[in-house]
Design a protein around this ligand. Structure first.
Ligand SMILES: Nc1ncnc2c1ncn2[C@@H]1O[C@H](COP(=O)(O)OP(=O)(O)OP(=O)(O)O)[C@@H](O)[C@H]1O
Length: 256
């Protein structure tokens, strides 16, 4: 695990997303440093996913600013953010179920090249760099034995791991993972936990996660959100022992 220090990669100031009078995100200041695993937790409806949407550009904040990699990206569309190095994990529904694991990853690597990726008439072999990226990711995901299987034949847990791999294919500066273990069987969770922990050595990772044992074991910094605001922020030990966090979760089984 890395020390939470170093350069700021992403920063929000006064981030707000209002739906009419209701503020789903209400003045959130976040600072994400390079090389950290920064996790957002909070009870249901706290505003975690909405915050992610504002970071990736799927939603335009109603107030506040977002800075990423030294640039103000508040009004940039999602594809411009991807181009700057922000990558959100894919959903299983976005995998090409009938294509092989390797082909899915190759296409994701090709997608990073934007307009040049539209040169579909080029034979696959003309871009061996994309295959190289795909193969590196297959190794990292430990899916070597399944590289040539159609993605749809992987277990649910393996498909979720492949989703993370698809995001990696963009060679991002910042990897955003929204509940990567949700719906996973108990046997697959340690695989995902190990993968995210290892990614933390090479990438900056932002994570939304409900499984507290994962959160506490891999995070460098945890931001606890509650009712659209930041309630507490700090390293796992600080968050685990904070009474405000316990109160926010009251009634939610298994928290902290
Ligand atoms: N399009 C929308 N219109 C109105 N309210 C919305 C909309 N999207 C989300 N909300 C509300 O905003 C609040 C924050 O939702 P959000 O999905 O960000 O919470 P969350 O912390 O990710 O919750 P969960 O852990 O349950 O996924 C919730 O009360 C939700 O009902």
């Amino acid at each position: 695990m890395t020390t939470p220090s170093g350069d700021i990669l992403l920063q929000t100031t006064g981030l707000e997303l209002a739906y009419g009078a209701f503020k789903a995100v209400d003045g959130v200041d976040l600072t994400v440093r390079q090389g950290t695993i920064h996790t957002i937790i909070g009870p249901n409806g706290a505003g975690k996913t909405t915050t992610f949407h504002c970071l990736t550009g799927e939603r335009r904040p109603t107030a506040g600013r977002v800075r990423f990699a030294g640039q103000d990206i508040t009004n940039r569309p999602p594809e411009a953010r991807v181009g700057l190095g922000m990558s959100r994990s894919f959903q299983i529904t976005s995998l090409f179920q009938t294509l092989s694991v390797r082909e899915n990853l190759r296409l994701a690597a090709q997608g990073r090249d934007g307009a040049r990726a539209l040169a579909f008439w080029r034979p696959v072999t003309s871009r061996p760099d994309h295959l190289k990226v795909a193969d590196e990711i297959i190794d990292r995901l430990q899916l070597g034995g399944r590289a040539h299987l159609p993605a749809g034949e992987l277990s649910h847990g393996q498909q979720r791991v492949l989703e993370v791999g698809m995001a990696l294919a963009a060679r991002p500066k910042l990897l955003l993972l929204d509940e990567p273990t949700s719906g996973m069987g108990i046997d697959d969770i340690p695989v995902m936990t190990r993968l995210i922990g290892e990614l933390g050595h090479d990438y900056t990772v932002m994570l939304i996660e409900h499984n507290m044992s994962i959160v506490m074991s891999i995070s460098d910094v945890i931001t606890v959100m509650h009712q659209g605001r930041v309630l507490v922020e700090g390293p796992p030990d600080l968050v685990r022992n904070d009474d405000r966090v316990r109160s926010a979760y009251l009634g939610e089984a298994g928290a902290c």
